[in-house]
Design a protein around this ligand. Structure first.
Ligand SMILES: Cc1cc2nc3c(=O)[nH]c(=O)nc-3n(C[C@H](O)[C@H](O)[C@H](O)COP(=O)(O)OP(=O)(O)OC[C@H]3O[C@@H](n4cnc5c(N)ncnc54)[C@H](O)[C@@H]3O)c2cc1C
Length: 381
């Protein structure tokens, strides 16, 4: 059946965390239709993350820090009824470094110390207290951060979608935007499930944002998907890994963390990719296993599960939120890289505020964020 829907105020293309969060906020302002190509809205990057919150992501990058801090209250105390589960649970962050070269760790310490007090040097005893299996070359010193959490991505994503629906919005899955036309009043989006006309279109299509723009005859922003791999393996026999920290190697060659009784490991690969259903490469899976074996001194006999996802960046690795300067009513919500879950609350609030013509929310301005930091204009000079 094909239907034409002209009653909606906003159409959102993409049902990952970005589109879902935007839909949650916008549905308080008007009728939202969210279109998702896949049967499951979290099928692509959103369902493939490492699910952690860090207030110093990107070596303390101030723009990302403002967006994370601007999301924190909601994540720690979501509105009543938003989720049955806590969205965050504490997990310490340990950055380890091979004793051959402590320079990267020292640089990280200096950068983080500029933005937070929550970064401490720790020595062998404390390191082994947290991670008794860590091998000798990594035991000498490490950096500890406590303002770090596991996130329940599914609960956050579902909470956004449930909120959107309860305010009268619609989530239509299996519904790819296939053609987009400008109309006198805004945009007409055609999908196999129907044609929709709205004044405001939000492009939250993750790795595909430039492809969606092309359909609408809007100039691209230069999104670059970067593939990242993760594996799940069994812990060493007899080890209680439940309270292990999230461990990052200081040169960003790998990270690992406990995940529902298994160890999640990533070789922190970032291989340029076209937008696609990303699959892990054998070599990246092998690197992940190798790094874990080297760090914890136990063989990895079997890979339980492996996957890859696309982290989507624009040139300066900051996200993008705003109306296209040359296409009235075409709003970009893009470039969430490796930080799209922990910043989703702030990015969604920003989306609603900018669409209403109200500028950035005041609390984000107070955190030092400027509209230019995330504007579309910076990518279209
Ligand atoms: C291995 C890995 C680890 C990560 N770890 C973390 C972490 O610990 N913390 C964190 O904050 N972030 C993390 N991230 C990043 C985070 O997952 C992303 O930033 C976030 O999920 C991006 O969400 P999105 O909604 O933009 O994209 P997606 O989830 O990819 O959603 C975009 C959606 O648009 C849909 N779509 C595309 N084209 C169309 C169309 N034409 N019509 C309809 N629908 C369309 C797609 O089907 C897709 O579902 C990680 C990412 C990876 C890959």
């Amino acid at each position: 059946m094909t239907l034409t829907e002209t009653e909606a105020n906003f159409i959102i293309i993409g049902g990952g965390i970005a589109g879902a969060g935007a839909g949650y906020e916008l549905s308080a302002l008007g009728k939202v239709i969210l279109l998702e190509r896949e049967a499951q809205p979290g099928y692509h990057t959103t369902g493939r993350s490492a699910a952690v919150y860090s207030a110093t992501y990107g070596q303390g990058d101030p723009v990302l820090r403002a967006l994370v801090l601007g999301s924190t209250d909601f994540l720690k105390n979501p509105p009543a009824g938003f989720s049955e589960h806590a969205l965050m649970s504490p997990r310490r962050h340990l950055t380890i470094c091979h004793r051959d070269d402590f320079a990267p760790l020292a640089r990280l310490h200096d950068d983080l110390a500029q933005v937070t007090d929550d970064v401490a040097w720790i020595g062998r005893e404390e390191i082994l207290g947290m991670l008794p299996v860590l091998t000798e070359p990594y035991q000498e010193k490490a950096l500890l951060e406590r303002d770090f959490f596991d996130m329940d991505v599914h609960a956050l994503h579902e909470g956004f979608l449930r909120g959107l629906r309860s305010r009268g919005g619609k989530v239509i899955t299996g519904s790819p935007a296939e053609a987009i036309e400008r109309t006198a009043a805004g945009w007409r989006v055609s999908t196999p499930t129907g044609t929709y006309e709205v004044p405001v279109l939000v492009n939250a299509a993750g790795a595909w944002v430039d492809e969606v723009a092309k359909l609408a005859d809007v100039a691209p922003i230069g999104i670059q998907p970067l593939r990242r791999t993760a594996i799940l393996v069994d812990p060493p026999a007899g080890q209680d890994i439940h309270n292990w920290p999230f461990v990052t190697e200081a040169k960003n060659t790998f990270y690992f963390k406990p995940d529902a009784g298994k160890i999640l490991v990533s070789p922190m690969d970032q291989t340029p990719s076209d937008p696609c259903d990303a699959r892990p490469e054998e070599m990246d899976v092998a690197y992940a296993a190798y790094h874990l074996e080297e760090a914890i001194g136990h063989p990895v006999p079997r890979i339980d599960h492996q996957w890859a996802g696309l982290r989507n960046h624009v040139a300066d690795h900051h996200p993008v939120a705003g109306f296209d300067p040359e296409a009235k009513g075409f709003f970009w919500l893009a470039g969430q890289g490796g930080f799209g879950i922990k910043t989703a609350v702030a990015m969604s609030r920003i989306t609603a505020s900018l669409i209403q013509g109200e500028g950035l929310p005041e609390d984000l301005v107070a955190l030092g964020l400027k509209e230019d930091d995330i504007s579309v204009k910076r990518l279209k000079k």
